[in-house]
Design a protein around this ligand. Sequence first.
Ligand code: AMP
Length: 122
Amino acid sequence: MSETIFTKIINKEIPADILYEDEQSLAFKDINPQAPVHFLVIPKKAIATINDITPDDREVVGHLSVVAAKVAQKLGIADEGYRTVMNCNEFGGQTVYHIHLHVLGGKPLGWPPYTAKMKEPE
Ligand code: AMP
């Protein structure tokens, strides 16, 4: 798998606004926030997409939600609520091929979340 910008953030080769770090994971603010609070939780292990998660990754992938909740609490959005999203491949809107949990909050979020128009059948 080719290296992504998130590997550079993990290795501190490029800066990020880091909110939490441990042996397995890193949480940092999204550079292009889609809500008043928008951060990403990533595993340090480079896994390209949800499709590439193996049974051996269960612990680390579950850990991402534990970290999401911990950081949400720290940022004061836990009680009002927030959304976690993991996009997969093109139709899921994935642009960085190193899995990441988006955590969005700080305002009421609409549902359904997508805005892209479906193509009309010909
Ligand atoms: P996705 O489209 O689900 O793959 O999400 C990738 C996210 O990474 C987007 O929300 C981007 O704004 C965010 N992003 C890309 N580069 C950086 C960066 N250098 N620091 C923080 N967030 C980034």
